[in-house]
Design a protein around this ligand. Structure first.
Ligand SMILES: *Cc1c(COP(=O)(O)O)cnc(C)c1O
Length: 386
């Protein structure tokens, strides 16, 4: 019997012609995915290896993004998360258990610190901050209950470059896992797995997305055991990622090399100019000798990226620095970075257990505007406050 038109709205026989060979990855959306037989029904997250069971665990679009990132980073596997902070949470919740101890670099991304203090503490996990420049001496901080060591290199805002290899070695001698926030390096300027890291994450929101219009994260792992544990936790936490966002990230990946190359050049030029201003007490850019850990950056990194910080001379009042930032026209004031627009952000009340910076610190993110225009913008703003 022919179907009623109402049913035909839903169960249509219409099909597009086959053979459309686009250069781009299709955006597959879907919550429900079909089983061919009731006997096949299963609920498993590992759709790289078993049949599709539910869209939350991934679609061909997100799996392609994950596979591309895993291949770039030389990882065993990659998970896509709804954002960088979600990637951090996934790693914490995979490795930390009640009664455990986690070592966290003092220079770590602020919300990562908040997560440890305000959520993990409630679950009975103790976090301890360590000096990011500690290197192999981290072994003195290890306890029988230590479950994870977090690195971030260069650190957020204060930009300390860590000896990730030395920290990983010490961790592995004690059988402790290591995690790295590799957002600055976009997963490509620093080889996390060669340095011995077990699990790396990045906020794809930054350089991979590259245009300030997408929020995504990635978690990559070198080891099958960690892959299983991370996958189980991700399923239970319900961390899906939008296929549309994944498609934007796949597009972003294809121009990552040219963007990073130009960003590095422009950023070095702007940083050199800022270093010469009398208001600058210290420049924190990994490629400059004044940056803590600069020698390690030279040893370990294939290049530098688009962010750095300026410590202002302590005698300059904060409201004058605020006036300077407000005076800027091309540089906008806003969180996040790695896009095409230049940004500034004051970090006057940075929380650190081992403070090594002036309280008047401002982070710059350089975009893809012409360098001459950016420097002219800065010149005008500095003149206005002098
Ligand atoms: C931005 C950022 C994150 C978080 O990324 P979101 O996608 O904004 O959640 C994590 N780590 C670092 C170092 C970051 O800069």
């Amino acid at each position: 019997m022919p179907l009623d038109w109402r049913s035909r709205l839903i169960h249509s026989q219409a099909r597009a012609p086959e053979g459309f060979r686009s250069l781009t990855t299709p955006t597959y959306r879907g919550s429900t995915t079909l089983f061919t037989s009731a006997a096949d029904v299963t609920d498993h997250w590992d759709q790289e290896h078993v049949r599709y069971s539910y869209g939350l665990y991934g679609t061909p679009t997100s799996f392609e993004l994950a596979a591309r990132i895993a291949a770039l980073e030389g990882a065993h596997h990659c998970f896509i998360t709804p954002g960088g902070q979600a990637a951090i949470a996934l790693i914490y919740l995979t490795f930390a258990r009640a009664g455990g101890h986690v070592l966290v670099a003092d220079s770590v991304y602020g919300p990562s610190r908040e997560l440890a203090e305000r959520l993990l503490s409630r679950l009975g996990v103790e976090t301890e901050y360590y000096d990011p420049l500690i290197g192999a001496d981290i072994r003195h901080l290890l306890r029988p209950t230590t479950q994870l060591i977090w690195c971030e290199s260069p650190g957020s805002v204060t930009m300390e470059v860590q000896d990730v290899g030395a920290i990983s070695n010490a961790a592995h001698e004690a059988g402790v896992a290591t995690a790295l926030d590799n957002t600055y390096a976009a997963g490509v300027l620093f080889d996390a797995f060669a340095a011995g890291i077990d699990v790396a994450m990045q906020a794809l929101t930054k350089y991979v997305g590259g245009h300030s219009d997408v929020l995504l994260g990635s978690v990559t792992t070198r080891d099958h055991r960690h892959y299983q544990a991370l996958g189980d936790a991700r399923q239970l936490l319900g961390m899906g990622a939008s296929p549309d966002d994944c498609s934007l990230a796949i597009r972003g990946l294809q121009t990552l090399a040219v963007r990073l190359e130009q960003l590095e050049k422009s950023t070095l030029a702007v940083a050199r100019w800022l270093e010469q201003q009398p208001e600058t007490a210290r420049l924190r850019h990994p490629a400059f000798a004044s940056c803590p850990g600069h020698e390690i950056w030279k040893r370990d990194f294939a290049g530098s990226a688009s962010i750095f910080s300026v410590e202002f001379v302590p005698s300059i009042p904060r409201d004058v620095i605020v006036g300077l930032l407000d005076e800027l026209k091309l540089f906008k004031i806003g969180y996040s970075w790695g896009g095409v627009i230049s940004l500034v952000m004051p970090h006057f009340d940075l929380r650190r257990r081992f403070p090594n910076h002036s309280p008047s610190i401002v982070r710059f993110n350089i975009g893809l505007e012409a360098v001459g225009d950016l420097i002219a913008d800065l010149e005008a703003a500095f003149s206005a406050i002098r």
